[in-house]
Design a binder for this molecule. Structure first.
Ligand code: TXA
Ligand code: MG
Length: 343
């Protein structure tokens, strides 16, 4: 199969392109498309054969359920049941946008999309290309991130191409995604609404709407007797080929740690890269890339930089911890998962 990349206007998606991609989806094919978070690997959410292909193409374990992307808020009534009252408020405030809600699933949901779960993940993306594709298909689109299993999520069409060339029909190129890390996954089936994956919407934003909301204990590094509710939680994730070393500590302390780490790795002849977002002193002997001061820029570019360093055949990527508040919590979650070593 030859994978085509089709450029599209992200503000005003050409309907002829959307129509072409819709035909592929209607015929059970797979289309990668941009959302505001990361690129998704889309199939017709009501076609079990097409959904099966997604797991195969990504090498994704079959017990890891998929998100249903919708274009009409009312569709949750069809796809979910026992919907708690608070859902409407959340949807009103955060949809379309990077919030995925876990609800009890209705009979409409094909078994293969949700593994053994009796729940379903629903999200209404805000990206215009995504919305117009879903509307044009007239069914929800199931879409995991469009990377190979375990790799960083793609934030540009070329990242999808690098991972999945020859395995999927079409990649819609809508440019770099705005947010750069995945949506927040919020479980509304537990007594207290629980964040299973931190993402584009922060805990403090959710607290403005929800009286009670908490992180799943696993996200706080606690050993939990509660099994991971989201199968995605138990897998290593988001890792580039290079080994990521996450450095913790105060500015001064981490600077020292980084310096001695670099000295040691240079002796081992390693190809080292440093992700720089703050006042880390540059070491002239290694290549560093500046990622931006603001958290939204760090989120937007982190996976991209991982992939760029992989293209340069880096052995080691060094990155310093960032402040854990708001979007910082989600970025740290990704860095911790990507890291083979935390020092
Ligand atoms: O931003 C995003 O959410 C992107 C874009 C494409 O929408 N999608 C994405 O999908 O990141 P994926 O499949 O890579 O991650 C979905 C996460 C996984 O951790 C999965 O375990 C969890 O959501 N999930 C899906 N359905 C679930 C369910 N019924 N119960 C608990 N967790 C669920
Ligand atoms: Mg993913």
């Amino acid at each position: 199969m030859k994978t085509k990349i089709i450029k599209i206007n992200s503000n005003n998606p050409q309907q002829s392109t959307i129509a072409k991609c819709t035909t592929v989806l209607k015929n059970g094919g797979i289309v990668a498309f941009p959302t505001e978070t990361v690129y998704g690997l889309g199939a017709d959410g009501l076609n079990p054969k097409a959904i099966k292909k997604i797991f195969k193409v990504k090498n994704r374990p079959s017990d890891n359920p998929l998100i249903f992307h919708i274009a009409n808020k009312q569709d949750i009534e069809i796809l979910a049941k026992h919907i708690p009252e608070i859902t409407q408020k959340l949807i009103k405030k955060f949809w379309p946008g990077p919030l995925t809600l876990i609800l009890k699933k209705s009979k409409t949901i094909p078994q293969i999309a949700t593994g053994k779960q009796d729940t379903v993940a629903l999200r209404m993306p805000s990206n215009k290309i995504a919305l117009s594709l879903i509307k044009s298909l007239g069914h929800p689109i199931v879409a995991p991130s469009a990377n190979l299993f375990g790799k960083p999520s793609p934030t540009m069409a070329k990242h999808v191409f690098d991972d999945l060339n020859g395995k999927i029909d079409i990649i819609i190129d809508g440019g770099q995604t705005r947010i750069g890390i995945e949506s927040t996954v919020l479980d509304l089936t537990s007594k207290i609404p629980t964040i299973l994956r931190p993402g584009g919407i922060s805990l403090s934003e959710l607290k403005k709407i929800l009286k009670n909301v908490e992180y799943h204990p696993i996200l706080l590094g606690k050993k939990s007797r509660i099994a991971p509710k989201s199968p995605g939680m138990k897998y290593k994730h988001y890792s580039p080929n290079a080994k990521v070393i996450l450095v913790k500590g105060s500015t001064k302390n981490s600077q020292q740690k980084i310096e001695s780490l670099i000295q040691k790795l240079l002796l081992e002849n390693k190809s080292i890269r440093l992700i720089n977002y703050k006042s880390i002193q540059k070491n002239p002997l290694i290549i560093s890339k500046f990622i931006g001061y603001e958290k939204d820029l760090i989120a937007k570019n982190i996976y991209k930089i991982f992939r760029e360093f992989d293209k340069e055949n880096a052995d080691i990527i060094i990155v310093r911890e960032i402040n854990n508040s708001n979007l910082g919590f989600a970025i740290m979650n990704r860095l911790q998962k990507a890291a083979s070593e935390i020092i």
